[in-house]
Design a protein around this ligand. Structure first.
Ligand SMILES: [Zn+2]
Length: 269
């Protein structure tokens, strides 16, 4: 196996190219997360969203229930916040420990658990199960992020955090302002995402790199943030839909952050 950027040989488990310093770990995490986000879209489309039937408003963990629009957004925001807080706690308390683990094992655990989590989250109409599925995405990803943040250095992490937060806030405002513009983007965005995932699979098989692909993917996920917010606002206001929408938005934001990190992080000297 050679570095896809400079062609110099890599040893198994290298998270950085020893020659050019390219962050292979961040790139791999970004590519796998994009594929997961695409899978989520298909699983979500296959499972018809609940809420059409008359739901009563008694809060329940094991049965979906109707909420007001305000409460819907509160649950959505709270679920998102839970994910990011868990990630930050993970990085603070397990960052160094995670960096000692074999990164391939972490990535495999992440992709398997997150895939199962996405299936549970999108298929279940029970709020508690959707939340369990969401955590199967969030917690293993926390381990991946711990390693990446441990490697990337404070400057790259701060920059990634600031850009992601600013862009996310901007896209949510834009989406609130012109939801119709975003609602129409669904098929185009899914097509662009699938093309990107396919292109990266081909690049991987031929051991090549194409640096602009991170920028293209970052743009797709920017638009997905706006699209998913607009889509969430059109869904029936139920607790389960709020948690499912949060899971999609969470993966959009994480994907954006991973792409920024992958294009910026270099070996810490
Ligand atoms: Zn290299």
């Amino acid at each position: 196996m050679n570095c896809p950027y400079c062609g110099s040989p890599l040893r198994a488990g290298d998270r950085f190219c020893p020659n050019c310093g390219a962050s292979l770990a961040a790139q791999q995490a970004a590519e796998l997360s994009s594929a997961l986000r695409a899978a989520q879209e298909f699983s979500g489309a296959a499972a018809i969203s609940s809420g059409a039937e008359a739901l009563d408003e008694t809060p329940s963990l094991t049965r979906d229930f109707a909420v007001t629009r305000e409460r819907f957004n509160l649950i959505l925001g709270g679920t998102l916040l839970w994910g990011f807080v868990m990630n930050i706690l993970f990085c603070i308390f397990f960052g160094r420990a995670a960096a000692q683990l074999p990164y391939e094992a972490i990535l495999i655990a992440y992709i398997v658990l997150a895939f199962i989590g996405i299936l549970i989250n999108t298929r279940s109409t029970k709020p508690i199960w959707s939340f369990v599925g969401y955590n199967l995405v969030v917690l293993p990803l926390g381990l991946v992020l711990s390693v990446l943040i441990e490697d990337a250095g404070a400057d790259a992490v701060r920059e990634t955090f600031q850009i992601t937060a600013a862009v996310t806030a901007g896209m949510l405002l834009l989406s609130n302002w012109k939801p119709e513009a975003f609602s129409r983007m669904g098929p185009c965005l899914l097509g662009a995402l699938l093309l990107t995932v396919a292109a990266e699979l081909v690049l991987f098989l031929f051991n090549r790199s194409f640096a602009p692909i991170n920028i293209i993917a970052a743009l797709i996920f920017c638009l997905y943030i706006g699209f998913d917010w607009a889509r969430a606002q059109q869904r029936p206001c139920t607790a389960d839909n709020a948690i499912d929408s949060a899971c999609a938005l969470y993966l959009d934001i994480i994907n954006l952050a991973l792409r920024i990190l992958a294009s910026r992080s270099r070996r810490r000297d």
